[in-house]
Write a protein that binds this ligand. Structure first.
Ligand SMILES: Nc1ncnc2c1ncn2[C@@H]1O[C@H](COP(=O)(O)OP(=O)(O)O)[C@@H](O)[C@H]1O
Ligand SMILES: [Mg+2]
Length: 252
């Protein structure tokens, strides 16, 4: 095992072995929080508490997900676990994309829907703003990419937080244009899964049953939309372990 448990300090070991119920680990950078996640996955698998596909691990970067799976795959586990592909591990965006690729038809998407990056978003906005008869000097598409992302990061809400003149119009027209193009922006990846779970509670229930253990790395960077998603996915199962550094929040 990577995890010679003797090597973990007392708090790490406690976080690794407390598999049932919620666990929150807060400590500074480089103190072994991601290591807790890695070891916890191996611990759960080694003790037959779940199959790989029943463990959901959310990371903030692709690099972190890669690092965790690499460490697991080179670990000298007593059984040949992985096939780390069987684990559900990745960024919130990549996990949501995986869910949407399997369930796209429920939310009005066509197969092979496209992901729109910042440049694509900008050109859609330029088109939309011009079509609304507004001046792109006043409504700079570059700035509006951020305004729209900011709104989507809030998740599903009753009212827009942005009360600016014409926000409503531009936001609606932008989303309609994306829909026509069978495209999603990054913010949509989370929002559309939230919508999917609203429209199809049976699909939500399927994932809630599937994920016996949920782990979140860099929890301090979780935005409101991602929090809504976590709340949905955990449901009544509170086997969730979040690790983070409250001094490092990018939102503080
Ligand atoms: N108990 C430990 N003993 C030895 N090395 C450790 C221990 N815990 C973590 N490490 C190592 O320290 C480094 C930082 O750990 P990491 O889990 O990435 O920290 P964090 O996620 O808190 O920033 C990594 O190289 C990791 O393998
Ligand atoms: Mg870390």
């Amino acid at each position: 095992m990577i995890i010679d448990n003797g090597k973990l300090n007392k708090q790490q070991r406690k976080a690794v072995e407390t598999t049932e119920g919620p666990v929150l680990v807060l400590s500074g950078a480089g103190t072994g929080k991601t290591r807790v996640i890695t070891d916890r996955i191996v611990y759960i698998l080694e003790n037959n508490l779940a199959q790989p596909w029943q463990i959901l691990t959310l990371t903030f970067t692709n690099k972190a997900a890669y690092k965790i799976s690499k460490e697991i795959s080179i670990s000298d586990t007593s059984f040949k676990i992985l096939n780390s592909k069987e684990l559900w591990m990745g960024t919130f965006h990549s996990i949501c994309l995986r869910i949407l690729r399997r369930n796209f038809e429920h939310i009005g998407l066509k197969q092979n829907f496209l992901i729109f990056g910042e440049d694509d978003q900008k050109s859609v906005l330029k088109h939309v703003i011009t079509n609304l008869g507004l001046d792109i000097k006043e409504y700079n598409p570059f700035v509006w990419v951020d305004k729209i992302s900011f709104e989507k990061d809030k998740g599903i809400q009753d009212k827009y937080s942005n009360k600016e003149l014409n926000f409503d119009k531009i936001y609606t027209a932008y989303n309609a244009q994306l829909a026509r193009l069978n495209g999603l922006d990054f913010g949509d990846l989370i929002i559309k899964v939230l919508e999917l779970f609203q429209i199809a509670p049976d699909i939500l229930e399927k994932y809630q049953k599937q994920f016996k253990y949920i782990m979140v790395d860099e929890f301090q960077d979780t935005n409101a939309a991602q929090m809504q998603l976590l709340q949905k996915l955990t449901g009544n199962n509170f086997n969730i372990c979040c690790v983070g550094d409250d001094d490092q929040s990018i939102y503080s």
